[in-house]
Design a protein. Sequence first.
Length: 471
Amino acid sequence: MRTYSACFLLLGLVACTAATTGVRERTEQTRAAEPLTFIQDDYERALAEAKAKGVPLFVHALASGCVTCRLMKAHVLSSPSLGRHADRFVWLEVTTDLSQNAAFLGKYPIESSPTLYVLDPREEKALLRFHDTLDEAELEQLLDDGERAYKGSATGLEALLAQGDALYAQNRVVEAAKVLSEVLATAPADWSHRGRVVLTLLGALAETYDAPGMKACATKALEVLPGTPRSLAWTHGARRGLTCALSIFPNEPEATGLEVLQGALEEKLIEAMSLPTVELTADDRSRLIQIQIWAREAAKDEPGSRKALSEWMTYLEAEAAKAPTPSARALLDSHRSHVAIRLKTPERAIPALMQSEKEFPRDSTAPLRLAQLYQAQGRLEDAIAATDRALVVAQGPRRVAVMGLRALIFKERNDTATASRTLRDALAYAESLPDVQRPMCSVSSLKRELAKLEAPPQVAPSKPLQVAPPK
């Protein structure tokens, strides 16, 4: 009797397990066809949910005017195929301009956008940080690395990587660079995570923000790229390495041999733009072209720079023409306005920006860029009106940028009093922002411009009266 009872219990357990498994499989299949759900701008809620569920917290930090962030969100993070990872993390999106996110930024500084974080909610500790775009496969690798670090289950090479990732995530960049260099030296040549680790290492070297760090970043890029699989991460590594080389001033001691280094890295950048196995978004390609133009300018190749600018504009116009949605087309607006101004043909970008402003009235990007285009045309009243519209919706660092531009337009209109007042308002607003959201570079520029505007006029020294000698 007991045997039959045990059998019935066993059958019941098997049936129950089978039923549960079936529900789980159906749930996973359903989630695999749905995009991830991100909590919006509420770190405390996301933190509490992650603690309750016993999972790490994934954060996408973006600036409101960041084109690359929007493309990352639209093309990767919104992919329905990522739904199968929904239960592995709690998902949070943080817009860095918003005042309610100042506390988050105080804990986890953002060096550039977009930035991805994996956080341990138990200790509010950063486990992994990554800033750039990546494709779905690279994102899934990053999720694996972050989850493994959270569980403390890494061994060997993976444990060493977790150590380097944590140091970088916590802004201990010098220590991180040493550990990540060891990771790459230890890893097998065909290691699938090599591209992501190369980018993290280059970021750690560059974030010393000095010439030795930039030289180390550029040199390391040239060293490790040949042994790195060609991928989206590889293209970003080529761009980042050349950017580091171009950031060194010619009068620095590190400038020795710089021309050769820049030339070698520019060759890598050109290769990055023509890799048949890597699909680049228009934004990714635009950023590569932008750095190539910077390299041509550094080489004093004016014809080459002008040619690249012209080709860049043609490319952007073609991409905009075939964009599948107004949103996809509008994401190219910042690039188009920048190139149009550089080419001294602002009229080529104005119609597209006007259309975007109509379609996205709550976005400050279009009126801000229109103000710049109108200023380039000498249409100063139209430029001021465009800044009026931008200020209705702009906040945080973006609002400081709009006010600074507005002051320059008033200065160009020879309205020094209004320009001065606008600069003072911009500085007052910037000072009202939390420290972590205050754009210090912009503040310094505004102060310099205000000092020039309010400096007393220089009076030329009078010449002594020349008295003709008596005849």
